[in-house]
Ligand binder design. Sequence first.
Ligand SMILES: Nc1nc2c(c(=O)[nH]1)N(C=O)[C@@H](CNc1ccc(C(=O)N[C@@H](CCC(=O)O)C(=O)O)cc1)CN2
Ligand SMILES: Nc1ncnc2c1ncn2[C@@H]1O[C@H](COP(=O)(O)OP(=O)(O)OP(=O)(O)O)[C@@H](O)[C@H]1O
Length: 211
Amino acid sequence: MQAPQSKKRLRREIEEKRSALPPEERSRISRIICERVAERLRESASSYPPVVFSYLSFGAEVDTFPLLEFCWRAGIPTAAPRTLSKTKEMKLHLLSSREDVQQGIWGIPEPKPECPELPDTALIGWVLMPGLAFDPKGGRLGYGGGYYDRFLSEYARRHGTLPFLLALAFELQLVPEVPTEPHDIPVHAVVTESRWVAAGEEPFLPGRDEG
Ligand SMILES: Nc1nc2c(c(=O)[nH]1)N(C=O)[C@@H](CNc1ccc(C(=O)N[C@@H](CCC(=O)O)C(=O)O)cc1)CN2
Ligand SMILES: Nc1ncnc2c1ncn2[C@@H]1O[C@H](COP(=O)(O)OP(=O)(O)OP(=O)(O)O)[C@@H](O)[C@H]1O
């Protein structure tokens, strides 16, 4: 089967399963996942550039707000995307509280336009990635806009490396193999309610720990 066709089918299948989790269960599990990420951020804050770029969850996605709240309390800078549908780009803005969030296109929460733009993407150390399905090699299936692949290929072109790409997923979103295409950029790890799946090499950032 052609990748685009099998991607479509898998998207539908996982979206259905994810939506079938009762909302209370989704928030309970999301809090567990966010707690795990927070722990990791605490441990390795000095190893990466400071900004955490997180998606702002909508629908049945793993809820990222508990983690954002953690970052805001801990003074960790956070950025989130505004989606430019015409050019299929994401523009990043700094967020410092819930007050900075509004409802955007397709019901996806986004930073209010008056939030300062992230001045330089080199400040991003972590990207908390959304998606529908993931596999043990870091293969990722999104909604099909190519927003993250486009953003990350530009990042890599500009900075010659990638930030740490961490996907947040319910266990039911892990599948043996996600159909991929050459432009798909794999994530470095997937965190679920029950495990960390280390998929690929974490980016090596020379000198980050030595100063
Ligand atoms: N929380 C979150 N934010 C995110 C993403 C995500 O997956 N999760 N995205 C990850 O990439 C980007 C938005 N991605 C999207 C990709 C495709 C469509 C989409 O299918 N739009 C249809 C219309 C949808 C409808 O009205 O039902 C279209 O373009 O025709 C929407 C959003 C950026 N922000
Ligand atoms: N680096 C890129 N430059 C230009 N176009 C790209 C790039 N990456 C992906 N695309 C285009 O985006 C479209 C969607 O890609 P894909 O199906 O992999 O999206 P996705 O990873 O599921 O979505 P998202 O990243 O938005 O969650 C494809 O048609 C692809 O050609």
